[in-house]
Design a protein around this ligand. Sequence first.
Ligand SMILES: [Zn+2]
Length: 446
Amino acid sequence: MNRNECPHLALDFADRETVIATQNVKLAAMGQRLKNHPEWKEHLKTAGATPLDLMNRDNLAHIPTLQKSDLRARYPYPMLTAPIRDVARFCATSGTTGLPVLFGFTKHDWEVTLVRQLTRIFRTVGMTADDLVYQGYGYGLWIGGSSMDEAFRHYGMTNFPVGPGRGELMATWLKDHKYTATTMSPLWLSTLIGHARKAGINPKTDWALRVGLFGGQSVSTAFRNELEAQMPPGFKAHNIYGTTEAGGPILSISCDHSHASDEMHLINDDTVLTEILDPVTLKPVSPGEVGEVVVTTLDKEASPVLRWRTHDLVRLSKNPYSCACGRNGYPLIGRIIGRSDDMLKVRGVMVYPSQIEEIIAGVKGTTKEAWQIYVDSQEKELGQIEVAIERIAGAAASVADLEQEVQGQLKSRLGLTCTVVCHEEGALPRYEAKATRVLMRPPKSK
Ligand SMILES: [Zn+2]
């Protein structure tokens, strides 16, 4: 397909003004589409707004944000703007608490919009139709696996839709099938490397992977670097981020140039308008500052969202619009730092689990994938937390050295005073996809 045939393709290297102009046209069209929709009218009215306010972009700041509670209140098909007979399929968030919320996709949403968004991501990381792909995201109502399948088919790759699990088999198949690309959680890759080692397979020389999209779980940069070092030379673990509400794993991706500084382009900003807002004031943050990702789907026919609060926190790049790859219509953001509702407050010190992870990952001799935070109360303000780490078998540092080092750095870098307990490798839980880093522990009996 040449660039003239698909407007989406032509916009890969659009300048920022063109992206904004595209957003404005689509916002206005969305206003027209929603103007007679009772649920949307009712929702916007809570802030004195109407769908037709979207005709003028300046009004966007006055459009109310959308939260899970707004959708839960409209069970079972919240804000579904297409007749149900036109919905081709539903996806849902994992719903760790309460009922999952359903998001509909029309045939156009699934086979055109989503495919365009994902194939732009494939182009950005240099995946090609010749790639053999090991698809390792989960299936079912979760959007990860099924959305990748659809986009791989349109892009022309050869897909092995295995999903997560079957680690021993996959360590062998990676050697025998010579997959060149993959999509999975970074924690799963870490587990697979372990399976390979046990089977006498050396990923560096026996596997052929050259590129991967790693999402579903944000890990530290140090952990990513360590994974890459164990893989075939030149292998890149690209960080990908998205949400079901935004329409899939489509919001951001690192490119060959931003990979080193671990930043991602908001690569589909022409189809999902993304704001990075201060979680308290809801005002846009400046370059270099941390804010919450808030998304507005511009092309989605069924279950669109307007200013959906993801509660995911990121740092807007200090230089959002100057990447050497030239995709400067699409601002750069850092890795997900944490969720605005995951913040721990320990004796007045505010800290995110990802900050603790970054410190552990930087201490030589600790395992990167296994660590925990134990708390013993559900109070908002905690009196004490315990950070549990592991010592890599055979590391030069002793258990006591590592405890002291991590404890010292938590104090000096985060101002956090806490207990650090170091275990030998293998003692702490491992996670295949989403890790639960903060665990409640019943108070010790006296
Ligand atoms: Zn770039």
